[in-house]
Design a protein around this ligand. Structure first.
Ligand SMILES: Nc1ncnc2c1ncn2[C@@H]1O[C@H](COP(=O)(O)OP(=O)(O)O)[C@@H](O)[C@H]1O
Ligand SMILES: [Mg+2]
Length: 381
């Protein structure tokens, strides 16, 4: 590995408008050997796969440019490696340095910094964005190996140091991740998910269908008032009786009970109400359709009471179904979600807000999106 990470060529650091352009022009004019983002992607070249010593040298160089003291590695995601950093010798502020090769990361953090500045008069909303410092970069030349002679541009993003969310808050906001660590969060979650105000509309949504099959075996679109419980014998009226049955079930005692007893009981009660089988010439039998609808119920319920990873409009990209918290979601969830949505009025689309990307500001206990690398500009309202 020796010699592998030597040969820095430094360019301009500050990325305020004009200088940013200079950097890009320079890179284009003189660096045919630079591996661009797309090529790096195609070839699977990612800094986060480099060994710790190698990246540390790069981080050290970036920290020097920032005038900071590099500390230990704190974490790695898919896009970057994060180190402790102190602003200046001894008493400088606690910061972190994120080392990444992805230009979109630089754009995301720069956007957050700019918007946070513009949101000064709205500190409540600004609080969910991290304090982003300078962004620097360097060109790293590969000296050995199969990439010898090629170069890659690497960014160093400085931002405030945040703390992991306590399990209680993490599970309040993001749910269980397979199982709960915090008993209070589990209790709150069970209460929220079985609250009739939340549960009934979700049942109606889960067991609804836009289409059904008529007596000639033709698929027809249903009028809106017939969509709910479309595959139940007796339609909506049967659905309302079914809802009563669901509310009379013994509520789940805990998460395990929710999964292994409560949800299957709901599913069985729904399936029992299926329209009679229409024989194989008509496609999927109604009880099978209802079975599928029951499977979707858990996700629909859970998505209503947790912070979504992507904004509502993003669902069409993924072709997935998803629900979003409304005002009947638990308060911490709706408060934080509303702030994320509000960012849009200020020209920012939130993105990738999963549980590892959301942290806490230790001085104030504010909830902050630590990883804004995928935040995107949108037209302001
Ligand atoms: N501001 C911060 N303060 C402390 N730790 C952080 C901070 N930002 C990120 N981390 C840690 O580093 C990990 C990876 O950072 P992240 O920005 O999410 O990288 P990636 O873009 O690769 O997902 C995080 O999950 C977290 O543990
Ligand atoms: Mg991340």
């Amino acid at each position: 590995m020796k010699g592998y990470f030597e040969g820095w060529r430094r360019y301009l650091h500050e990325d305020n408008g004009t200088e940013k352009i200079d950097v890009d022009v320079l890179a284009k004019a003189s660096d045919k050997n630079i591996i661009g983002g797309k090529e790096a992607m195609r070839q699977g070249i990612n800094l986060v796969d480099f060994d710790a010593d190698a990246v540390r040298k790069i981080a050290q160089e970036l920290a020097n440019q920032l005038g900071g003291q590099l500390g230990k590695e704190l974490g790695r995601g898919a896009m970057g490696i994060v180190y402790e950093m102190r602003a200046s010798a001894g008493e400088g502020a606690d910061m972190i340095l994120k080392v990444t090769q992805f230009p979109h990361e630089k754009r995301g953090y720069t956007l957050a910094r700019w918007k946070k500045k513009k949101l000064k008069k709205n500190p409540e909303l600004a609080s969910i964005l991290p304090d982003v410092g300078k962004v620097v970069d360097l060109i790293y030349d590969f000296k050995e190996g199969w990439l010898k002679g090629r170069s890659i541009k690497i960014y160093g993003i400085s931002l405030e140091r945040l703390a992991p969310l306590p399990p209680r808050v993490k599970e309040q906001l993001f749910g269980h991740g397979g199982k709960f660590k915090n008993p209070e969060a589990e209790k709150d979650w069970i209460r929220a998910i079985t609250d009739p105000k939340l549960l009934i509309p979700v049942l109606r949504e889960a067991f609804s269908d836009k289409h059904t099959v008529d007596t000639n075996g033709k698929i027809q679109e249903l009028p809106p008032d017939e969509r709910e419980y479309a595959w139940f014998k007796g339609g909506k009226q049967a659905g309302i009786e079914f809802e009563k049955q669901v509310l009379e079930l013994e509520p789940p005692a805990n998460f395990r009970d929710y999964l292994t007893r409560w949800l299957p009981q709901i599913g069985r009660r729904a399936e029992r109400r299926a329209l009679p089988d229409r024989r194989d010439d008509w496609g999927t039998p109604p009880n099978r359709i209802i079975q599928r609808q029951s499977v979707s119920l858990a996700k629909r319920l859970e998505d209503r009471i947790k912070i979504p990873q992507y904004p509502p409009e993003a669902l069409k990209y993924f072709g997935i179904e998803g629900a979003f918290p409304k005002d009947d979601a638990p308060t911490p969830v709706s408060t934080f979600f509303n702030k994320l949505m509000k960012l849009k009025d200020h020209g920012v689309d939130f993105w990738d807000t999963h549980s590892e990307n959301v942290m806490m500001r230790p001085s104030t206990n504010e909830i902050v999106v630590a990883d804004v690398g995928l935040f995107k500009p949108v037209e302001e309202n």
